[in-house]
Design a protein around this ligand. Structure first.
Ligand code: MG
Length: 384
């Protein structure tokens, strides 16, 4: 029986993980959950799963939940609470399902505690990939990616000679705006963008899918996860979202991972790894899919993808700055403080102003992240 902690249990990945824990009662138990501030979701989970420990990041939300807490449930708060749960002795698998660079702290805590980590967050790896991979190498922790593309690459590489990997093909559904004309982008509001054609996901990642920054973040993430030069990572728009990514070896042989478009599959694999569990819910009917198509990403329309390649080539603190600028820009767009077309403008301006620090330590990365956020806050109110 594997004991699971879910960081970010009220989000889309968190809820799917809970569904799997319920489905495989003999395999998994829920030891702990954390939320940022979603009290109603947490109350439901407490009633249904009775986890032993919880953490609530937001102070006000914590006060509210304390009143209705059953005896014996331990409650933690703030970022320390997340770190505490990520390194808890009674936890075997830590599912990191919170979005944003905030996930870096509990991720490092889980690595230090030698956990099996199911990582759904990409921002942490983008901002601090060199530090995370180094700490992983020096620990007994095992990181299993949950993101469908990274899970696909991870599975294709299992048991293979990793140094014979030549190229990664990262597939992308294209997001909610792939076929929308560029001249319409000016008028887009959050509700127009938050409708993804293939994947049901949280708000941040859905906006990132619309700008293709999500794919950009994945390019940087796979560079670190699979030790691949960024020039050997190619993004392919694949609207059917059946091939979840592919790897090519030096002999020209290509392996792909295919399946139904549902996050339950990669999440289940990250939980059951290295085993596989029977799941009859997801059967792909190739005769209904009929064909698989591929297109090139239009980076004039979606410049964020180019920014990510640029940041990856620049290295050092550049990806952290790009990521922080993007997080602030997406937040401002969702709050309707600026338009959709301003997202790439904000990122580009801040990236070009940043003096890159090569080989940054953790403090330098956090400082670069903070600097980019301050710049964004100054810039955003003056955009037209
Ligand atoms: Mg993905």
């Amino acid at each position: 029986m594997k004991r699971i902690a879910i960081l970010g249990s009220s989000g889309s990945i968190g809820k799917t993980t809970l569904k799997l824990i319920r489905q495989y009662k003999k395999e998994f138990s829920l030891e702990a959950v954390t939320v940022n501030s979603n009290v109603s979701s947490l109350e439901q989970q407490l009633a249904q799963f009775k986890p032993n420990k919880i953490a609530v990041v937001d102070k006000e939300a914590r006060k509210k939940i304390c009143a209705s807490l059953a005896k014996g449930t331990q409650i933690y708060s703030g970022i320390e609470g997340l770190n505490r749960i990520a390194s808890d002795k009674e936890v075997d698998i830590v599912v990191i399902a919170i979005s944003g660079s905030f996930a870096l702290y509990p991720l490092l805590a889980a690595i230090k505690a030698n956990k099996q980590i199911a990582l759904a967050n990409k921002e942490a790896m983008v901002m601090a990939g060199s530090i995370i991979t180094e700490r992983l190498r020096n620990s007994q922790a095992k990181l299993i990616p949950v993101d469908s593309e990274q899970s696909a690459i991870f599975q294709c590489l299992e048991g293979k000679e990793k140094d014979k990997l030549k190229k990664i093909y990262l597939t992308a559904s294209g997001g909610p705006l792939f076929n929308a004309p560029l001249k319409k982008f000016k008028h887009l509001r959050p509700q127009d963008v938050l409708r993804h054609p293939r994947w049901k996901m949280g708000k941040k990642i859905t906006v990132d899918s619309a700008t293709l920054m999500n794919k950009g973040l994945e390019v940087i993430e796979s560079m670190w996860l699979f030790n691949m030069a960024v020039s050997n990572i190619q993004v392919l728009i694949h609207p059917e979202a059946i091939i979840h990514s592919m790897v090519e070896f030096i002999d020209g042989i290509i392996l792909a991972q295919l399946g139904v478009t549902d996050m339950a599959l990669p999440i289940q694999y990250a939980l059951s790894y290295p085993r596989r569990l029977e799941n009859k819910e997801y059967e792909l009917d190739f005769l209904k899919v009929k064909r698989l198509t591929f297109k090139k990403a239009d980076t004039r329309k979606f410049p964020c993808l180019d920014f990510a390649y640029q940041a990856a080539r620049d290295g050092g603190s550049a990806p952290a700055v790009m990521n922080a600028a993007n997080e602030e820009a997406v937040k401002a767009f969702l709050d309707e403080r600026m338009g959709f077309i301003h997202i790439p403008q904000v990122i580009e301006k801040i990236m070009s102003k940043h003096k890159i620090i090569l080989r940054p330590g953790l403090n330098a990365i956090l400082a670069a992240d903070g600097w980019a956020r301050e710049e964004a806050k100054r810039l955003i109110p003056n955009l037209r």
